[in-house]
Design a protein around this ligand. Structure first.
Ligand code: 2BA
Length: 109
């Protein structure tokens, strides 16, 4: 068994959860925050049989879209003044950041 940990954008979460559940995958949704943008995102954990992994990955790939986002820089540009000067930046947030982990044990009690 494998555990998919997929960090996705909030906008895609509802559709992705529905698509995965329609195909019989079990899904847990976590409300998370990206370290760089300090904005909300969604992390899904999905336990899958090894032979179903490609199917789950294909669903994630189909639904999750990358988007440009304008954000205020989380760090300061202080120069000599020591002042905090936030400035707008454009970043491309990926459709999904995915980790696939080996599952040592899986139990439902
Ligand atoms: P954030 O950390 O909020 O990052 C959002 C987007 O900002 C990133 O999109 C990337 O395009 C940009 N970004 C991140 N760090 C940057 C930096 N130091 N300088 C310039 N731009 C930067 P993604 O790479 O698609 O990441 C989307 C979200 O996935 C991240 O949100 C974070 O929550 C998660 N993530 C990405 N890589 C990760 C990793 N190696 N481990 C854990 N979580 C990760």
């Amino acid at each position: 068994m494998k555990l998919i940990v997929a960090i996705i954008q909030d906008e895609d979460a509802g559709r992705l959860i529905s698509a995965l559940m329609n195909e019989g995958f079990g899904v847990t949704k976590l409300a998370t925050t990206g370290g760089f943008l300090r904005a909300g995102n969604t992390t899904l954990i999905v336990g899958v049989d090894v032979n179903k992994l490609p199917e789950a990955m294909a669903i994630i790939e189909k639904i999750c879209k990358s988007r440009k986002q304008i954000a205020t820089s989380p760090s300061s540009v202080s120069g000599d003044t020591g002042m905090y000067m936030p400035y707008p930046i454009e970043v491309v947030v990926g459709g999904a950041t995915i980790f696939v982990l080996d599952v040592e044990q899986f139990k439902k009690l």
